[in-house]
Write a protein that binds this ligand. Structure first.
Ligand code: 9MG
Length: 266
């Protein structure tokens, strides 16, 4: 899943039209590099990010979703706002990535009224305060329990299990130790019986471990994506699609037996 953020800090110069054109070109580049899904978002969910209005978010994401109509890969809208979900689904998006796991009743109803897929993510707190003091007794068990209960609520609202995927929400109200425990224990999420999505790309936990700033976390992000896939993640949400696809091709070739081997290689 390639990340397309249409926020001023992602495509900063030149105003609204430039931002939209640049985001569109970026989306096409990610597809060429092998992204199987595009996740389009107009509001930053980083810790301490400033909230944006519904109208501002619509102004950012809708031109892109309309511009990508008919794209060869599914379009996901990264939003927790029901109004944005509905507009995006009506314009051709076929997935909702909700960091609130459809806990807002209107959000649940909006997805239930469509045939879209949905990603339910765990977080503790909200993006403004979530990193202040995250606390768990057993982070893996508590995140699993939350996702179990959200799957049940969502199925009860008429959304078929086949449309659901889950995400432990790395970095969302979690310390470095919580994030590492979740990555170590990711295999346990298979028991939920739906695909697991992992988003570790360029996150601050990688910066804490490597000492690299956000622009220099490609290698760490690729390593983290690979570890997540090894532990059962079926979708990885990444900024650096080409690097991740190359790494996953090596992993797949090794796992499948050496299908590319020639006499020369041996
Ligand atoms: C929007 N967003 C930012 N980080 C994310 C993550 O880790 N998972 C999902 N599903 N969405 C995310």
């Amino acid at each position: 899943m390639g990340i397309v953020n249409v926020t001023p800090d992602s495509f900063s110069d030149g105003g609204h039209h430039f931002r939209c054109d640049a985001a569109l070109a970026h989306a096409h580049q990610l597809m060429q590099q092998g992204a199987d899904i595009l996740d389009i978002g107009g509001e930053s969910t980083r810790p301490s990010a400033k909230p944006v209005s519904v109208q501002e978010e619509l102004d950012r994401v809708m031109p892109l979703i309309e511009g990508l109509r008919g794209a060869p890969v599914p379009l996901s809208v990264d939003s927790f706002k029901p109004e944005v979900m509905r507009a995006a689904l009506a314009a051709g998006a076929s997935m909702v990535n909700d960091i609130n796991a459809l806990q807002q009743p209107e959000a649940l109803a909006s997805v239930a009224a469509s045939d879209a897929a949905v990603c339910l993510m765990h977080k503790q707190g909200n993006p403004q305060t979530m990193q202040a003091q995250p606390q768990y007794q057993d982070v893996v068990a508590e995140v699993l329990q939350f996702l179990h209960s959200r799957i049940a609520a969502i199925e009860a609202a008429g959304i078929a299990r086949e449309r659901i995927m889950v995400d432990p929400g790395f970095g969302f109200g979690k310390t470095l130790e919580h994030n590492l425990a979740l990555l170590r224990g990711l295999d346990a999420f298979k028991e939920l019986g739906v695909p697991v999505l992992a988003g570790l790309s360029r996150k601050s936990m990688l910066g804490t471990i490597t000492g690299q700033d956000v622009e220099h976390r490609v290698h760490a992000s690729v390593a983290a994506a690979l570890l997540a896939v090894q532990r059962g993640a079926q979708i990885v949400r990444v900024h650096d699609v080409q690097a991740t696809v190359d790494a996953l091709k090596i992993w797949q070739a090794v796992n499948a037996g050496n299908i590319f081997a020639t006499d020369e290689d041996r």
